[in-house]
Each structure stands twice: as C-alpha cells, then as structure tokens.
Unconditional design. Structure first.
Length: 153
C-alpha cells in the first residue's frame, strides 16, 4: 500500500524525535511506516573521586583584602567580596552579599600572554563593568597599568 500524505507527514514529525533518543509516537493506523529500533539509553557517568568533584565545583565569592584605584583615586580599600573567574582573573568588590557602600567594582580577565584586560563600572550604580581600564600586568600581587591598580589578597 503506498504512503499517504498523512503517513508521510507523520514520518517527518517522528524522525527528529528519534534522533533525540525520544520515543516516537506510533505511526497512524494503516501506514506502512518502517519500524524504528528501540532507543538506546544514554550512558550513565561514572562517579568521580571527591577530590576531582571538588576541583570541578563552582567557584564562590570570598572576602579578601582589596584595593582598587582608578586615575589616582582610591575607590576600594579594605575587605571586599572577590569572585574568581577560573582563568586567574576575578571580579573585585562583587555585589554577591548586597550592594557595598563603595559600589565600584572591577573585572580582571586574564589573557593567554600573562596579561589581563580590566574593566569597571565608572558609574557606581551600574551593575556591569563596561568601562575599559586597559591591559594590566601583574606586579607585586596586583594588576596594574598607568591608570589603575587592582589588588585582592
């Protein structure tokens, strides 16, 4: 019996589901649809050791001694929240514990050459660090250039 338009449409709808390991619906009655083999269950990940699981844990903010200066003006000097970004960079003075009294913050994104790109929120009410500070280099534990000094110890 040849395919009907309805049966062909049903096959077009079933094919993407089969590709996603979803169980396709039964073809319409009377259709000569080829049978689809049962889906293979997805492999179950093997448990990792606790040390490996801890190494992959999401980073969290921590209180550190911070110093943040822009154009000779000290904006942050004292304890602040620092969020590590995994590449050696971080966000200094995060708002993860609420907006701080001195609400300027900086983002340091480490590049492949050992230097980093730095940005900040020039307007203390901005919640994004969209204002560039330029390329910074690590000196005595701080990311610096002629315009800024960003420290988290």
């Amino acid at each position: 019996m040849p395919f009907t338009t309805r049966a062909a449409a049903a096959l077009l709808l079933v094919t993407p589901l089969a590709a996603c390991n979803g169980a396709p619906p039964d073809p319409p009655a009377g259709a000569n649809a080829p049978s689809t083999p049962p889906a293979t269950p997805a492999p179950v990940p093997t448990p990792r050791s606790t040390a490996a699981a801890d190494a992959g844990a999401a980073p969290r903010s921590a209180t550190r001694q911070c110093r943040f200066e822009v154009d000779g003006k000290r904006l942050v000097d004292g304890p602040c929240q620092v969020f590590p970004m995994g590449d050696g960079g971080y966000t200094l003075n995060t708002w993860s514990a609420g907006k701080p009294a001195h609400s300027h913050f900086a983002v340091v994104s480490v590049r492949g050459d050992g230097k980093a790109d730095a940005s900040w929120n020039a307007d203390p009410d901005d919640d994004k660090a969209m204002d560039p500070l330029g390329i910074v280099a690590l000196q005595d534990g701080c990311w610096v250039n002629p315009r800024t000094r960003i420290c988290a110890r």
